[in-house]
Design a binder for this molecule. Structure first.
Ligand code: ARG
Length: 467
């Protein structure tokens, strides 16, 4: 049987929600983690109310003291969350009201609509900071791996076919570029979050004489010069979920990067490549096949990227077609965001841990990179320098490759006479092309894997990652 409502909005209701409706509509089971942000928002709001004279300083102080006790109780696991009170906001407000009479004034000039928008902006600022640190950790592990294997060369691949030789560091630095863009993306999301919604109310602000800039400053929603930043349209403020989508998108794209890095690691650790050994601590065995060591951390990194994409998709679909402004649908915006945050944080740590434990099989790398086919393009460049147009040179080297295949030898085992039959521009020095070190030292343009460039990139990354 429906009972009279206990909740804050109960005034116009003759009956409270059905048990099933309570179960269906509660969000406190997942939004309770917003408590520290909700309390910070309430403190700033009540400070503002006192500042403009809507409550007394004594009332403000009582509210602040009460909120501190509640937050301490929450942190100590002593707070009783009640699903009948729907969400984190009403749970905290009701608990405060039991302690402090002045709490009845806290919701003056405020709605849960601008309140949740504020909580989430504070959450995003925090979450972006955490993820940036964790990604930095993974980047540092990558730099360490590159540093301890500076001299290692491997084939680079296109279409998963051997293409051209690179130093391992060049490949690892490619991953660093990806991860560093992710880190920057989270900084962008944090910057977008840095606008204060308080004062937007439910949809159209308030008739009361509030000071939005005061609240913004109190919560640190300020620009580089310390000037308060407040959102500029009350309707947009309570309807807008762009940040949720941007955050989930940054997580999803990071996930795509993780999945590509993980895939390379999985390939490199297979018996077919055997370039690396993954750490035992991040692998598992088979319950049936005793010889197996499976690259589970990498496979899960690859797998979790699906989940991060799913969360982004959920949020896009949730926002699509919703009329302005707030609709209760929007309560469903939090589980995917929290899941993306938690999983992204875990993934960054697991990537760092996995990278830190990798050992290189130098012999395997060396024998793979010795494949002279990797320098076929260099051979074409050799002909170009002898005045042969590139298209002809490409064709001639193709014929050299075919000849080697026919004779069942590597291309550098053909004789000078053999290659001269293919193209008369080949001279006795043609075989110098197959000196790997020399080949790499010719690639000294910016962004290429030549040794001087690699030294520069080491210096650059050291600077970026230790700032
Ligand atoms: N728990 C709600 C949410 O997360 C808070 C905002 C509720 N607003 C409302 N008008 N019912 O969306």
């Amino acid at each position: 049987m429906a009972k009279p409502s206990q909740v804050t909005w109960g005034g116009r209701f003759s009956a409270g929600p059905a048990e099933l409706m309570l179960q269906f509509s509660e969000s406190v089971s997942f939004d309770r983690r917003l408590a520290p942000f909700d309390v910070a928002g309430s403190k700033a709001h009540s400070a503002m109310l006192a500042h403009v004279g809507l409550i007394t300083e004594a009332e403000r102080d009582a509210i602040h003291a009460g909120l501190d006790v509640i937050l301490a109780d929450i942190a100590a696991g002593k707070f009783t969350w009640d699903t009948k009170l729907e969400d984190v906001h009403m749970n905290i407000e009701q608990a405060l009201t039991k302690r402090v009479p002045a709490a009845a004034k806290l919701h003056t000039a405020r709605s849960r609509n601008d309140q949740i928008a504020t909580d989430m902006r504070l959450f995003f600022r925090h979450a972006c900071g955490v993820l940036r640190e964790k990604i930095l950790g993974a980047e540092r592990a990558l730099l360490t791996l590159a540093e301890s294997n500076r001299d290692v060369m491997i084939p680079g691949y296109t279409h998963l076919q051997r293409a051209q030789p690179v130093v391992l560091s060049h490949h690892l630095f490619a991953w660093l570029e990806m991860l560093d863009r992710d880190r920057a993306r989270f900084a962008d999301v944090a910057a977008h979050a840095n606008w204060c919604p308080l004062g937007s109310g439910a949809i159209a602000g308030t008739t009361l004489p509030i000071d939005r800039e005061f609240s913004a400053k109190a919560l640190g929603f300020v620009d580089a010069k310390g000037r308060p930043q407040v959102t500029q349209n009350s309707m947009d403020t309570v309807a807008d979920r762009d940040l949720f989508i941007e955050f989930a998108s940054a997580c999803a794209l990071f996930g795509v990067h993780l999945s590509r890095i993980a895939e390379d690691l999985i390939l490199w650790s297979s018996a077919e490549f055997k370039f690396i050994d993954l750490p035992d601590t991040f692998c598992t065995g088979s319950s049936l096949m005793p010889q197996k060591k499976n690259p589970d951390s990498c496979e899960l990194l690859r797998g979790k990227s699906a989940r991060l994409q799913g969360n982004l998709h959920t949020l896009l679909t949730l926002a699509k077609g919703l009329p302005l402004t707030y609709n209760r649908d929007l309560q469903e915006d939090k589980p995917p965001v929290f899941d993306s945050f938690d999983q992204t944080a875990l993934c960054a740590d697991v990537l760092a841990g996995t990278l830190a434990g990798i050992t290189l099989n130098r012999d395997r790398c060396a024998s793979a990179v010795r494949d002279p086919g990797l320098l076929a393009t260099d051979l074409a460049d050799y002909l170009v320098l002898k005045g042969v147009p590139f298209r002809d040179a490409h064709h001639a080297v193709g014929a050299v490759v075919r000849l080697a295949e026919k004779n069942n030898v590597e291309i550098n085992q053909l004789s000078t006479a053999d290659v001269q039959q293919v193209h008369k521009a080949f001279e006795a020095d043609w075989a110098d092309v197959f000196d790997l070190k020399r080949a790499l030292s010719k690639r000294e343009g910016t962004g290429m894997p030549g040794p001087k460039q690699v030294v520069k990139q080491f210096a650059r990354w050291k600077k970026i990652l230790n700032e």
